[in-house]
Write a protein that binds this ligand. Structure first.
Ligand code: 4FM
Length: 245
């Protein structure tokens, strides 16, 4: 999968050279290319921002350096890319959105800085606007990295065991069940006995019940959106009953 990033701070994306994404970049399962709007500034001072019309605090990113950078990225993309702008005004990015975007072969991510991007650039060049959450970052770079990371691990071959991706928390709209590893006793606390039993059917049932329970306890908003099967409803009722004992 190919990503083109348009950002004034391409060096920030070096964080992706660590871990899973780092391996994927080395193996070229993931390609990341950068276009700095500074290199497309029209004047001798290399301006990329200017004061907002109408007054007010801060600066606004100018349309033309961004447009030229996006067009250069488009020309270099291996397939016609989706052009995405990261901003708090975008649609809330979640695991479902990550799966949908992972279907694309090429994506250009625009990371803004300052108080915003000239609205005409957004209207004319951006296909989709996405937000990683209801808070304000200093720029779109960290948001773009979040999106790249979440998408990358869905690409077959990038995460070693693709089963772990299918079983991921949130893939089915539920939180993950609790995990345990050796030793069997940690500061007086033991492991749920079923996990040591070797009964795989019972273990799967315990994990489904625990997932439903964790979601009920910690993210009831997710549960409200999910259609539960009869088995899931029964397990959740069991969990709630146990919990209330
Ligand atoms: C975005 C700063 C554009 C400046 C930002 C400009 C954000 C978010 C975010 C900050 N992006 N989800 N939340 N961006 O806060 O995606 Cl010009």
């Amino acid at each position: 999968m190919w990503f083109g990033v348009v950002s004034l701070f391409p060096e920030m994306f070096q964080a992706l050279n660590a871990g899973i994404t780092g391996r994927a970049l080395k193996d070229q399962l993931l390609q990341l290319n950068h276009w700095n709007p500074r290199d497309f500034a029209l004047d001798k001072h290399k301006s990329v921002d200017d004061r907002p019309y109408g007054g007010g605090p801060g600066m606004v990113m100018m349309a033309e350096p961004l447009r030229e950078a996006i067009h250069a990225a488009k020309s270099a993309a291996p397939t016609p890319p989706l052009v995405v702008y990261m901003s708090p005004q975008g649609k809330l990015f979640n695991q479902h959105a990550a799966h949908a975007l992972a279907e694309k072969q090429s994506i250009i991510l625009l990371s803004g800085r300052y108080e915003g991007v000239d609205e005409r650039l957004i209207q004319q060049e951006i296909d989709e606007e996405w937000s990683i959450g209801d808070y304000i970052l200093s720029g779109g770079e960290l948001a773009a990295m979040v999106v790249i990371d979440a998408i990358a691990r869905l690409i077959p071959g990038i995460v070693g065991d693709q089963d772990s991706v299918l079983l991921d928390s949130l893939s089915d709209g539920l939180l993950k069940y609790p995990q345990y590893t050796r030793p069997e006793q940690v500061n007086g606390a033991s492991v749920p006995p079923v996990l040591l039993s070797g009964h795989h059917r019972q273990i799967n049932t315990w994990r489904l019940k625990a997932s439903l329970g964790q979601t009920w306890l910690k993210r009831p908003d997710l549960l409200a959106k999910k259609q539960l099967s009869r088995e899931e409803l029964a397990l959740l009722n069991e969990f709630i009953e146990d919990f209330l004992q």
